[in-house]
Design a protein around this ligand. Structure first.
Ligand code: CUA
Length: 355
């Protein structure tokens, strides 16, 4: 017989029961320790700029509540199952009658789970209208932002009440607190998922259709959004920043951004145009009007560049121009390492100067 509890008991009639009990209590202690080791570190990541459990808006608050209620339901079921397991592992009990065992199976295996799961499902269905509030385009008091999931960045277009594009930017969303923002989502090639955990649930971005999600920020702050659907080699390098600001500051920002002039740095602009950057990138007020890559009109004011991948510094921009694929594998922009170093630095400084 292979080594184990049964063999110990058979071989050592005198000391077997004591050592078996010791092992059982050791085993219980190890299970508890494993649960704590897994559970405690995850609690420390419950706050921050990208946490669904640190909500900064009503939709996200409902998502967090749903999580806690589901967690409580799951914990009740878990406690019941583990309790039954411990009860069954006790030694020296008389077997139950068949009738009692039948009742235990019926109540714990069917009636109990049906009641708990039905209650959880009802709560989730009741919460649904709050989780996905519907807003029509052009509705009074609602801002509309059109988001396009590209490989691997986010095209952001601010629309007016009639749906016309005010201006375009990329990878950073500025929105007013306390006001609803309708995000319309589309993609030209592959599926992405638009997710700002601090503000609400995720929504798929699917080629060939326009999805919509309405979000509201209730606290001024800086949040982080991410792509939540695998979309290619740089799926994990497709983040964006969300700045929630006071409504008055938002209106000022809209006005300023819609009327910027990017022609003052003549050297930077002329190198940018001469090396062909304007074929893919647009800069408002200049001849650069490419539509393939991100609009760079306000790139200097962003927190990060390359969709959350690099800090927004002149060095970061220069590094990306020289070899974007090294920063973000699979990116469509070709490498410009062949340009003279001085030219790359002038272009980087020109772009960083856009505030
Ligand atoms: Cu875009 Cu994952």
């Amino acid at each position: 017989m292979p080594g184990g509890l049964l063999q110990d008991r058979a071989d050592l009639p005198g000391g077997s029961v004591g050592s078996g009990k010791r092992r059982l209590s050791q085993c219980r202690w190890q299970m508890l320790r494993a649960a704590l080791l897994v559970g405690l570190p995850s609690l420390s990541s419950c706050s921050g700029i990208q946490s669904a459990l640190d909500p900064a808006g009503p939709e996200a608050a409902d998502v967090a509540n749903l999580f806690y209620v589901m967690l409580t339901g799951g914990a009740l079921i878990w406690i019941g199952v583990v309790g039954a397991l411990f009860y069954a592992s006790r030694r020296g009990r008389e077997p139950h009658s068949e009738r009692l065992a039948g009742w235990v199976i019926l109540l714990c295996g069917a009636v109990g789970p049906v009641i708990i799961l039905a209650a959880l499902l009802s709560y989730a269905v009741w919460l649904m209208p709050n989780l996905r509030p519907w807003t029509s385009p052009g509705e009074a008091g609602t801002h509309q932002i059109a988001v396009t999931g590209e490989q691997f960045w986010w095209r952001i277009r601010y629309l007016d009440q009639s749906g016309a594009v005010l201006f375009e930017t990329a990878n950073e969303i500025v929105m007013p607190v306390g006001e609803r923002v309708l995000f319309t989502l589309e993609a030209p090639d592959v599926i992405h998922s638009f997710w700002i955990p601090s503000l609400g649930g995720k929504m798929d971005v699917i080629p060939g259709r326009i999805n919509a999600v309405t979000l509201e920020a209730s606290k001024v702050g800086l949040y982080r959004g991410a792509c939540a659907e695998f979309c290619g080699s740089s799926h994990a390098l497709m983040a964006f920043t969300v700045k929630a600001v006071e409504p008055a500051a938002f209106e000022d920002w809209l006005r300023q951004t819609a009327s910027v002039d990017r022609t003052s740095d003549a050297d930077g602009l002329s190198l940018f145009l001469r090396h062909g950057c304007g074929a893919c990138h647009a800069i408002a007020g200049t001849q650069a009007d490419g539509k393939i890559g991100p609009d760079l009109t306000v790139v200097g004011a962003r927190e990060t560049i390359a969709a959350g991948t690099l800090p927004n510094t002149t060095e970061g921009i220069a590094r990306f121009i020289r070899n974007p694929n090294e920063v973000k594998p699979g990116v469509h922009m070709p490498a410009y390492g062949m340009l003279p170093d001085g030219d790359v630095e002038v272009i980087a400084a020109y772009l960083k100067g856009f505030q």
